[in-house]
Ligand binder design. Structure first.
Ligand code: FAD
Length: 450
């Protein structure tokens, strides 16, 4: 009774989209989650989710689209604001904000309608069963006592805590870290607030580089609209030693009060986000991971909901093939790594470069680029293909940049680092035995000092 093809730890977006892909293919799947059933989906989040993420997963697997009530607001634009508000960059961005619990429940209920998918809620993970260098199942506590669950594959979709990976024996963690270093984790805090009057941020998501956050840069404060009188406001920054002891809640409060005077707080919570390149490998014998547990959050903006949905669905689709072939070894699951690095390695390279740039040139250096219109609204519009956009001319940009040769140097290094990581991401090794050489190269680039 306790034997499955796949056990998924975590019923968040990564776990559910994987379970759906597996369930539709008739694979016997069990989702275990520490939460009670009616709380699965609830998650501290900024709530922004791009429709292309759920539309693509729907195309790949049939996972239902959000119901109207799951979407809080259809967003039209993102606004990037630095210390100089009149040089803010407005980017057309058709996205959404969602009610995480409501959407999570929609997905969970649709998944549990599939005959081959079961759920074990309120599950307390005690141990990951490993035999002969292969993950074979879990031991845990349920309301009926201790259980042993066996499977061909265990998927870690438990979010930032990555509870399965963290319990693997050290000997299995040679291609991925058992625990992600603190310096690569963001602490993030958000409040959902209701304003007395209709607010002025409707249809928008605002990313604000507030000068009061200078000490904790790279980081940002956000205001995301959730309807005419509701907003999600919050901020995040790295858990670096110099940021220890900072009061994130107070920082959020102080900034929020600059923008809003009459509001009530409906919910306030914080959580961690991995912000780095994807895990160097996301598979082992009988093991696969996706979403936050695989470090698939965009390190630049903390966007992880869409990547969790997509990576979970892809993990499911790769697992279906591997199970059909009867090979769920590291080698049998390896192509999933190639997919992940081709997608997220390439995207995260941009963020990793920008983080290094801000570390070197600080908030001021970044603000300088916007303030002096070296990166201007017209540049953004040109990039987005607007025919009548007139980007700032290169002679003008060069003249401005001459004032700050260090910024030019750091920008060049940023570009080079991004290009090198992207090249390696696109050339992820074809087989596990080619991994070590690739890994040495990527680590060398990551350790580059600006
Ligand atoms: C403050 C904040 C703001 C954010 N804003 C945005 C945003 O605006 N847009 C965006 O795209 N992303 C945002 N993110 C990131 C986004 O929330 C995550 O990337 C996304 O939820 C990851 O999905 P997941 O399925 O990997 O993990 P999760 O959503 O964390 O789901 C993990 C599941 O595993 C379960 N679980 C955990 N531990 C155990 C255990 N021991 N045993 C069993 N089950 C367990 C949990 O109960 C949960 O159901 C934000 C994150 C934070 C913290």
């Amino acid at each position: 009774m306790n034997e499955y093809d796949v056990i998924i730890v975590g019923g968040g977006p990564a776990g559910i989209s994987c379970a759906y892909a597996l369930g539709r293919a008739g694979i016997k799947t069990l989702i275990v989650d520490k939460k009670p059933k009616d709380k699965i989906g609830d998650k501290v989040c900024g709530d922004a989710l791009h429709p292309h993420n759920y539309n693509e997963v729907h195309e790949w697997t049939g996972l239902p689209l959000p119901k109207e009530g799951d979407i809080k607001e259809h967003i039209d634009f993102a606004l990037l604001e630095t210390a100089t508000p009149d040089s803010a960059l407005k980017i057309p961005d058709k996205t959404t904000t969602v009610d995480r619990l409501s959407y999570g429940q929609t997905l969970l209920n649709a998944t549990l309608e599939l005959d081959t998918v079961d759920l074990l809620p309120k599950f307390k993970l005690l141990e990951v069963i490993v035999e002969e260098n292969t993950v074979k199942g879990l031991r845990g506590l349920t309301k009926d006592g201790e259980v042993e669950l066996r499977s061909k594959v265990v998927m870690d979709a438990s979010g930032a805590q990555a509870v399965v990976r963290a319990r693997l024996p050290e000997s299995m963690c040679t291609k991925f870290p058992r625990k992600i270093p603190m310096e690569e984790i963001l602490v993030a805090y958000r409040e959902i607030i209701r304003t007395k009057e209709e607010h002025n941020y409707q249809k928008g998501i605002y990313l604000i580089y507030d000068p009061s956050m200078e000490d904790v840069m790279p980081g940002y404060y956000w205001i995301f609209s959730r309807g005419p009188k509701e907003l999600n406001v919050g901020l995040g920054y790295f858990k670096r030693p110099e940021n220890r002891g900072k009061d994130i809640r107070k920082m959020n409060d102080d900034i929020t009060k600059k923008y809003f005077s009459d509001y009530e707080v409906l919910d306030s919570r914080g959580a961690s986000i991995p912000a780095r390149l994807p895990l160097y490998s996301l598979v082992h014998n009988g093991f696969i991971t996706a979403g936050d547990a695989g470090a698939l959050v965009n390190p630049l903006n903390g966007e992880g909901h869409g990547p969790a949905l997509q990576s979970g669905a892809k993990a499911g689709l790769f697992l279906v093939e591997a199970l059909k072939k009867g090979d769920v070894s590291e080698r049998g699951l390896w192509d999933y790594n190639k997919y992940i690095w081709g997608e997220y390695g390439v995207k995260h390279a941009i963020g990793i470069g920008i983080i290094k740039f801000i570390d070197k040139e600080h908030f001021e250096g970044f603000d300088f680029l916007i303030r002096e219109r070296i990166i201007s609204q017209a540049d953004v519009e040109k990039e987005l293909g607007k025919p009548d956009a007139k980007p700032t001319s290169w002679p003008y940009k060069m003249m401005k940049m001459m004032k700050r040769p260090n910024v030019i140097k750091a920008l060049w290094k940023t570009y080079r680092l991004q290009a090198k990581v992207q090249k390696l991401a696109k050339n992820y090794p074809d087989t596990p035995d080619q991994f070590d050489k690739w890994y040495a190269k990527i680590r060398k680039i990551e350790e580059t000092k600006f």
